[in-house]
Design a protein around this ligand. Sequence first.
Ligand code: ZN
Length: 214
Amino acid sequence: MSTSTNTTELDAVTAVHDQVVAAGDGALVAVPAGGELRIVDTHGNQAVDTLLYDANDIANRYSAFDTVREQRAVYLTEGSRLLSLRCDELAVISADTCGRHDTVGGACSQESNVIRYGEHTRHQHACRQTFLRYGATAGIGQRELGHNINFFMNVPVDPSGGLQFADGLSGAGKYVQLRASRDILVLISNCPQLNNPCNGWDPTPVRLLGWWPR
Ligand SMILES: [Zn+2]
């Protein structure tokens, strides 16, 4: 009998954590080592901006650069090891029914909105505010915000190295799942962006499901 969890067979009814994150809202979830956290794109085409931290040392946070370099690939999918600034493995993508996730496009902020979309967007809510709001209870402030993961977001890199924010590949009910390699904090902003196609021009809720080791 196998001792490993068949991650794709975990049933929502057995989840010990079950949370709907409204469009534009956020969450902070503590996932113990060995725990599985599934992020479900309930309506499709919703970017879920995510930061990971070592729960015992928030300075040891997710590093997009180290993750991309060590896996020698730009996109994230099943099997991707999500590394910290110290190259510790924080989590692994244990299941993925979408197939592609971005970690180079960054999170939206009021400042980036103004630069990209104009002064009239300055007061629109942005992921950076959500990160700060939900991170505060764990001591996560401006200095602890690094480059993030955009689950379900499609940022293709063209042959010349150019980036674009493209229409998403995800669909209703698709999910990505993380297996924590140590005790971690998962800080989520369910992106409120209205000015590019990352949310299909219509931000929608996502569902978080967690299974922790007994
Ligand atoms: Zn955003």
